[in-house]
Each structure stands twice: as structure tokens, then as C-alpha cells.
Design a protein around this ligand. Sequence first.
Ligand code: AMP
Length: 175
Amino acid sequence: MNLKDAIRTIPDYPKPGIMFRDITTLLGNAGAFRKAVDELVQPFAGRKIDKVAGIEARGFILGGAVAHQLSAGFIPLRKKGKLPHRTMAVEYALEYGVDVMEMHLDAVVAGERVMLVDDLIATGGTAIAAVELLRKGGAEVVAAAFAVDLPELGGAEKLKAIGVPVSTLVAFEGH
Ligand code: AMP
């Protein structure tokens, strides 16, 4: 079972020049889904992780499964306006314009050890915003784990530079 082969690539989606790494084929393959979750969890088994934070929307699927396996709680990090209770927010730059990510004010208890999970890290902008938000809430971000790394875009290195250890399962060349 090769995880890389279980991920479908869609050229020029959502715009020309982007190779979209579509994990729905991995999620739909029982063996690949289990293996991906097991591999994301493996470095942290037996370490104290209080909560897993997942980034909307694909980070919810992997992050929820990882949280279950680590017997940790789950924190949804969502786009603006989606969370029902009081929130804190961070703005982050997109290629064109800015986006806002939110977390419930009471999602983290100060000092909790939190692991961040998303499907893919590219430039790292989304994950760095997530770390900022979690730290603002008082979390100690002990790790970030992604199924897919696009190393040429440098996101994993940027995350390490702000003090977050990064683990990834497969890497693809290019954007
Ligand atoms: P970035 O902030 O540049 O690290 O982008 C990461 C976010 O955008 C993740 O939530 C990914 O789901 C999504 N993303 C960026 N590039 C791709 C790609 N080539 N294929 C699939 N998803 C991507």
C-alpha cells in the first residue's frame, strides 16, 4: 500500500498551473485511510497530546481520526463566521487578498499541548496562521502533521523556523 499512489492529482485545478493533490481517493480507500492515520499518529503515540487542531475542511477528517486514536480532544479551526460561539481570529495573506481563521475562545485551556493536522502544507501560510491562533489561545503547539508536503514551496521549513516540529507522509514536486 503506497500512500502516494492513493492520492489523485488534478492538473490546473482550481486554476491553471496548480497540480491539485486530491486526498478524497486516499480517504475512499479503507487501507490507505487507515495507514495514513496510523502514520500521522505513530510519532506521538505515548506522548501527551491534549488536543488535536484540524484546519477546515480536510484537516477535520484526518485530524478527527488522529484525535480519536490519541484519545485527545479536537479543535476545529474554521473560516470566518462558521463557529457559533465567541471566537478569536487571525488574518492571513492569500495570493490575492486576506482570509480570516477563527477558533472558539474556550477551545484551548492555557498550557494545553496541541498537535496541528491538515491534509497538505504548501507555502505554510495557512498552518502558520493556525499556530498563531492556537498560541494566542494559550496552547503549546507541540507538533504539526500533514499527509502531503510540497517541499518546493517551503512551508514545512517556515513552520520549523517558528518552533513547530513538522512531520509529513508523502512529498510531491512542484506546486
Ligand atoms: P498553504 O497555506 O500555501 O500552505 O496551503 C495549504 C492549504 O491549501 C491546505 O489547507 C491545502 O488543503 C490547500 N492546498 C494548497 N495547495 C494545494 C494543492 N496543490 N493541492 C491540494 N490542496 C492544496
